[in-house]
Design a protein around this ligand. Structure first.
Ligand SMILES: Nc1ncnc2c1ncn2[C@@H]1O[C@H](COP(=O)(O)OP(=O)(O)OP(=O)(O)O)[C@@H](O)[C@H]1O
Ligand SMILES: [Mg+2]
Length: 382
């Protein structure tokens, strides 16, 4: 069996450009001035999108708008919640155990696989594994793919070559290409009975941390979750690379690294207060007012609130509306609280912030996120 090679892109190619752009992001500190009470809500929303994305991969036909209505009606708990919880735990594990010197050996990968598949039903019915953390002991097929992964009795050799490849000290200009090639090769080998897609996407995250990308800051999403949300293209590009020809591998690298670049740029925007205010929260309020989900007065209060530096306010500040009586102020704020569109920043506290998850503002947020390119189209196709 041959070693894994990285084909060299032409200096003139789009791929070379994408690599240069990503190299700039490698050292950049990502955003970071969004108040945490706003940031965590955005994070929740991205988890909703990730959940829906992964449910889609399994052929579930819920559309984004149906799912949003379910959340507003608060009846969403199902098995996919455990899958998402496991993914979060795996991300925690990676963040705690990865720095520029980390070796991604078999034990590391095995541990992540165990976390990922914990408490989930093994295949064919569920998203768990028959042998968590162990290489598969039977042959597998990949659903909706023409590729047949290596037979189980030669798997160990393939896997060891893979481990050597990802830990080799590649020259700087090949490091991002290594991540791209490694993702395809891991899926090509398909070392586990299930969870290979999730595992591969988490390995990308670990590689980015090792290479010095600031993706941990704020940790809004694993940038490679982008591949969840456009499954057809993702599968098509993986299939093409299955030929292992240099041209096809380079086409894969271009697709993969462009996806990561776009996603890292999005995360950067979402951590930026001005961006979140002007591009997301304000347009959401306008939508909610235009569709009469909030009144003019509510609009004014929420607009005032998000324009504040800390995106939070006390009911005393309602004087700006000409309300002087403190009882009246408390009543107005109390109504917003009852509608669940403001919540205290700290439990039982008197400083309030806007809430846009789990209430009808979520409809507007999703629409605005879609207009800003954060929601892949297929989530909305009926
Ligand atoms: N043609 C292909 N060549 C190589 N790998 C492929 C191909 N088509 C799909 N894959 C990979 O196989 C993964 C699915 O394998 P598996 O079911 O083990 O992973 P999973 O984590 O359980 O599922 P999912 O990725 O759907 O969440 C896909 O996510 C993709 O990464
Ligand atoms: Mg699976």
């Amino acid at each position: 069996m041959k070693d894994i090679n990285i084909p060299a892109p032409s200096w003139d190619s789009d791929l070379a450009n994408i690599i240069l752009d990503l190299e700039k992001l490698r050292t950049k500190r990502l955003g970071g001035n969004v108040p945490s009470h706003i940031f965590f809500q955005l994070k929740d929303i991205f988890h909703i999108l990730e959940t829906l994305g992964s449910a889609r991969i399994e052929g579930n036909n819920t559309t984004l708008s149906e799912y949003v209505e379910k959340i507003i009606e608060k009846n969403t708990h199902d098995e996919s919640d455990d899958e998402i919880k496991n993914l979060e735990n795996a991300i925690d594990f990676i963040e705690e155990n990865t720095d520029e010197n980390t070796l991604f050996n078999r034990a590391f990968i095995s541990e992540i696989h165990q976390i990922l598949t914990k408490n989930l039903t093994p295949p064919p019915s569920g998203e768990g594994s028959k042998n968590p953390g162990e290489l598969r002991v039977h042959n597998v097929k990949i659903k909706s793919s023409g590729h047949t992964p290596p037979e189980h009795f030669i798997l160990r050799e393939y896997f060891e070559k893979f481990i050597d490849f990802i830990n080799f000290a590649h020259k700087e200009q090949y490091q991002l290409l290594m991540v791209a090639v490694a993702h395809h090769r891991f899926e090509f080998i398909h070392p586990f009975d299930n969870g290979n897609g999730r595992m591969g996407r988490l390995l990308n995250y670990a590689f980015l941390i090792k290479l010095g990308f600031q993706v941990k800051n704020g940790r809004i999403i694993n940038p490679s979750s982008v591949f969840y949300t456009d499954r057809d293209k993702y599968y098509e590009m993986l299939s093409r690379a299955d030929s292992l020809k240099s041209d096809d591998i380079l086409a894969w690298c271009e697709y993969f690294l462009l996806g990561l670049k776009n996603e890292i740029e999005k995360i950067d925007s979402l951590l930026n207060k001005e961006y979140v205010k002007k591009q997301i929260l304000l347009p959401t309020l306008v939508l909610a007012r235009n569709s009469e989900q909030i009144t003019d007065q509510e609009f004014k209060i929420l607009e005032y609130l998000i324009n504040k530096d800390d995106m939070a306010m006390k009911s005393e500040e309602l004087s700006f509306l000409g309300i002087t009586d403190s009882k009246k102020k408390a009543v107005v704020m109390g109504k917003l609280k009852d509608k669940n569109i403001v919540v205290p920043v700290t439990e039982g506290g008197r400083i309030y912030t806007i809430r846009f998850v789990n209430n009808y503002l979520l409809r507007g947020i999703m629409k605005v996120l879609k207009e800003n390119g954060f929601v892949s189209d297929f989530l909305n196709n009926n």
